[in-house]
Ligand binder design. Structure first.
Ligand SMILES: [Zn+2]
Length: 155
């Protein structure tokens, strides 16, 4: 399903709300929502500190959430919105869940695996390729991260 820019921004704002939850737990503020037919079916935020789980990134939580709700490991016809470019692990998980489209806000030059450091989502050697769009609410998604790291350095 294709969404208008306004709709994409609205979903990204929901992902940003998830990032705010991570921030409340004093962890790297990244948020994610998974949308199917215009409806949010999964939400997640980085919860490494909150849950003390190394793999609990925003995308993983949202995928688990959507899998449970759909009672299916396949998230076909879904769009995943995430505030920051997915890492290697999450890009792998997006492929495993067969999610066809990813929209992310800001790039992650250090860890990004959807165009920056690696390009796992569109690698032709893999059997599942994902349509990737970037730059939706980019400055909002980047600034919440910058603010977090600035505050952390001060501590
Ligand atoms: Zn990740």
């Amino acid at each position: 399903m294709d969404y208008t820019v306004e709709e994409k921004e609205a979903f990204m704002r929901e992902a940003l709300k998830e990032a705010e939850i991570a921030l409340e737990h004093d962890e790297i503020p990244i948020g994610c929502v998974i949308v199917k037919d215009g409806e949010i079916i999964g939400r997640g935020h980085n919860a490494r500190e909150e849950l003390q789980r190394a793999v609990m990134h925003a995308e993983i939580m949202a995928i688990e959430n959507a899998n449970l709700r759909e009672e299916s490991w396949r998230l076909l016809d879904c769009t995943l919105f995430v505030t920051i470019e997915p890492c290697v692990m999450c890009s792998g998980a997006i492929g495993l869940a067969r999610i066809p489209k990813v929209v992310y806000g800001a790039k992650n030059q250090k860890f990004g695996a959807a165009g920056s450091l690696y390009d796992i989502l569109t690698d032709e050697r893999l059997n599942h390729r994902v349509d990737v769009e970037t730059g939706i609410l980019e400055s909002d998604c980047a600034s919440i991260m910058q603010e977090f790291f600035r505050n952390r350095r001060k501590k």
